[in-house]
Design a protein around this ligand. Structure first.
Ligand SMILES: NC(=O)c1ccc[n+]([C@@H]2O[C@H](COP(=O)([O-])OP(=O)(O)OC[C@H]3O[C@@H](n4cnc5c(N)ncnc54)[C@H](O)[C@@H]3O)[C@@H](O)[C@H]2O)c1
Ligand SMILES: O=P(O)(O)OC[C@H](O)CO
Length: 343
């Protein structure tokens, strides 16, 4: 039986790209929930559905469908990466909290790649960030998050990329750095998990706004204004949630905001561009074939901001756009019509 020390749960674009990168130095198991997709990937040595241009190294193995087999593989795991959309993080953390062997549960690092807030579970409840979900459902796990400006296709092509490994545990930060840091991928450790997660979630909402702005051909001045004011919104929310302000000037804040708001590989930016062209939200989401987390996080970002008394007018405009209460041009006009405030 194979004994891979690194296990990825979820075989989309980003999980596959980072699994390929990790498999340059140690055996990696990429587990897909769809058994047929796993079998196809294993036979073809490529993820044809989610990352077709990236051939697999020999040390990467695919498996899927069977959770019992995944549980067996955990016996030898030294690092577990949850590579699903945010919506699936909670159930997987619940499962890992039980499924990891009892003797190893508190020290095998469990990291996630998701960038978002959960959708609120109830009308009155608030949606959570990944580390808040972990604290709620599996507080005994040793957890962390990978973030930073990184398109899967570029990482898979071996292009230079800098990531952030965030955790309150120095052991987890070190394990994440050791798994990937090398000539193509540079990893920076950060203990400000709140700041790193808020940056990763809010930049997706801002990328929808910037895509909309560019799709309506409103010009470079407007784009620069949205990015800058978006950074201000992100920082205000993060600081109110306990983050350090300087984290937002780093890779997981400004860095990822600039990449996602301006790079056409961004699925969130593409949602904004498509809405500007007159597609409905359902059409835009369906045509992507990949998750655009900003669509699901925007309402929660606005909700968390409201609870904390934080002003987030761009986020509010994106929520109104996604809800269909404002049309694209109205959403941007709404922003420009606000009363003057100090910068
Ligand atoms: N693609 C990127 O460049 C990139 C970069 C950095 C971060 N991220 C973040 O990583 C996360 C995943 O993004 P992606 O690009 O891989 O998405 P994707 O849409 O390409 O793939 C998502 C994958 O998750 C799987 N999945 C969904 N629910 C699942 C569940 N309950 N159990 C197991 N698998 C499940 C899907 O089958 C699919 O394979 C997102 O939160 C995204 O914001 C993506
Ligand atoms: O394609 P997006 O918009 O999900 O962005 C991907 C990454 O998060 C960019 O860092």
């Amino acid at each position: 039986m194979a004994r891979e020390p690194v296990i990825f749960i979820g075989a989309g674009a980003w999980g596959t790209a980072l699994a390929i990168a990790a498999a340059q130095r140690q055996p990696v198991l990429l587990w897909a929930r769809d058994a047929a997709q796993a079998a196809q990937m294993q036979a073809q040595r490529v993820n044809a559905r989610y990352l077709p241009a990236a051939p697999w190294p020999p040390a990467l193995r695919a498996a899927g469908g069977d959770v019992a087999a995944l549980q067996d593989a955990l016996v030898h795991a030294e690092l577990v990466v949850v590579a699903t959309p945010m919506a699936a993080l909670r159930p997987w953390l619940v499962w890992l909290g039980q499924a990891l062997p009892a003797a190893r549960r508190t020290h095998v690092p469990v990291a996630w790649l998701c960038k978002g807030f959960e959708r609120a579970q109830t009308a009155s409840g608030v949606g959570l960030l990944g580390h808040e979900v972990a604290a709620e459902v599996a507080p005994h796990l040793a957890v962390g998050v990978l973030s930073g400006p990184s398109f899967a296709q570029e990482v898979a092509a071996g292009l230079p990329t800098a990531l952030v490994a965030a955790s309150r545990s120095p052991v987890v930060r070190q394990a994440l750095v050791a798994a990937w840091h090398g000539p193509a991928l540079r990893l920076y450790a950060n203990d400000d998990v709140v700041g790193v997660e808020v940056g990763g979630a809010v930049k997706n909402v801002m990328a929808i706004a910037t895509g909309l702005c560019d799709g309506l051909a409103l010009g470079h001045n407007a784009r620069a204004a949205l990015i800058t004011r978006g950074l201000a919104e992100m920082t205000r929310l993060g600081v109110a949630l306990g983050a350090r302000a300087e984290t937002f000037m780093g890779l997981s804040g400004l860095g990822d905001l600039v990449l996602t708001a301006t790079g056409d590989l961004s699925r969130n930016r593409q949602v904004g561009l498509m809405l500007a062209r007159g597609l409905t939200l359902a059409q835009a989401v369906a045509s992507l074939g990949h998750v655009a987390e900003g669509v699901y996080s925007a309402r929660t970002v606005a909700q968390r901001a409201r609870v904390l008394g934080v002003r987030m007018p761009i986020t509010d405009a994106v929520v109104a756009l996604l809800d269909g209460t404002l049309q694209p041009r109205e959403a941007l006009a709404h922003l420009m019509a606000r009363d003057p405030v100090a910068e």
